[in-house]
Ligand binder design. Structure first.
Ligand SMILES: Nc1ncnc2c1ncn2[C@@H]1O[C@H](COP(=O)(O)OP(=O)(O)OP(=O)(O)O)[C@@H](O)[C@H]1O
Ligand SMILES: [Mg+2]
Length: 280
């Protein structure tokens, strides 16, 4: 077990062995979720699914199908138009998180961490500070204004950076990193919040094959520690190699939700139509 993640998660998550022997534990239940950005276009229609602890779910579909919108609505960066997103925390009572505001919304965003497609790092700040910024939602306003972090926060940030082989770059400005390095920093920043769910929007879109395998391996390891991972991908090959489940989205609806081994040519035809020949 990775020590950095183990340190973060030991209070919250049991071992992988236990994961395989206990029944699936529901962490999120999405029901009849709908999202419209304007009156003329509904982007997500009647989306319903449950997410379980430690799953690694690949979300696939054509460009414009609604994959990014789905992750943004789950994490609360975009509001849902209707429907429910019920969270089942390990401690505390289940609650609908689809209409949170203010502090409650920030708290939810730290429970449901997100890695954005363009990393969203602060270019002029160093790597270590960028990771620590992930703690801001759990820090008082005054402390966050002056970027005051505890020794515990720093130790955790360093452990995460070490795990992802980024410690030698801890004091380097984020803007000078390579794409693969930025992605690893973004993962550290999301994990420092101790999320129970990690959402990743095309985390390997701009990476070379070596970094792609590395990042996908990291996400798999994260899921094996008991964090539920949902990852938007354009590669069916990667979904088959790394994911335990795949959700196929077409025109804002879920048209497939099953194990990746059941992704047949017929299903891919429904999902990608004419673009099927461009798949890899
Ligand atoms: N902020 C927005 N305002 C208006 N429409 C939007 C907004 N964001 C996305 N859309 C529209 O919602 C639809 C779904 O977009 P989304 O980005 O979720 O697709 P996607 O499946 O992630 O596509 P891609 O694979 O290209 O990233 C598209 O028609 C898009 O134009
Ligand atoms: Mg997208």
């Amino acid at each position: 077990m990775n020590s950095a993640l183990a340190e973060i998660s030991e209070d919250h998550y049991s071992s992988l062995h236990q994961l395989n022997t206990v029944p699936k534990q529901k962490v999120l239940s999405v029901s009849h979720l709908r999202k419209s950005y304007n009156a003329h276009q509904t982007v997500l229609h009647d989306i319903s699914f449950d997410l379980h602890r430690g799953e690694m779910v690949g979300v696939i579909g054509r460009s414009g199908a609604g994959k990014s919108t789905l992750l943004h609505v789950l994490n609360g960066t975009h509001s849902a138009t209707s429907g429910e997103i019920n969270s089942f925390p390990e401690v505390g009572t289940p609650r609908d998180v689809s209409r949170l505001k203010g502090r409650a919304l920030n708290q939810w965003r730290s429970e449901c961490g997100m890695i954005f497609q363009d990393f969203c790092l602060v270019p002029r700040l160093d790597v270590l500070t960028n990771v620590l910024l992930g703690r801001l939602s759990q820090t008082s306003t005054l402390k966050s204004l002056f970027k005051v972090f505890t020794d515990e926060d720093r130790a955790r940030a360093i452990a995460l950076l070490e795990w992802l082989n980024m410690l030698p770059h801890a004091l380097q400005r984020a803007e000078t990193l390579s794409g693969g390095q930025m992605q690893r920093v973004a993962i550290c920043r999301a994990l420092i919040q101790n999320p129970s769910i990690l959402l990743a929007d095309e985390p390997v879109a701009s990476l070379d094959p070596k970094n792609t395998q590395r990042i996908m391996g990291v996400l798999r390891e994260v899921s094996e520690q008991g964090i539920s991972v949902m990852v938007n991908l354009h590669s069916v090959e990667l979904v088959k190699e790394y994911c335990t489940r795949v959700i196929g989205v077409s025109q804002g609806r879920i048209v497939f939700d099953d194990h990746p081994s059941r992704l047949t040519q017929d299903v891919l035809q429904i999902l990608y139509g004419d673009e099927i020949s461009q798949l890899h």
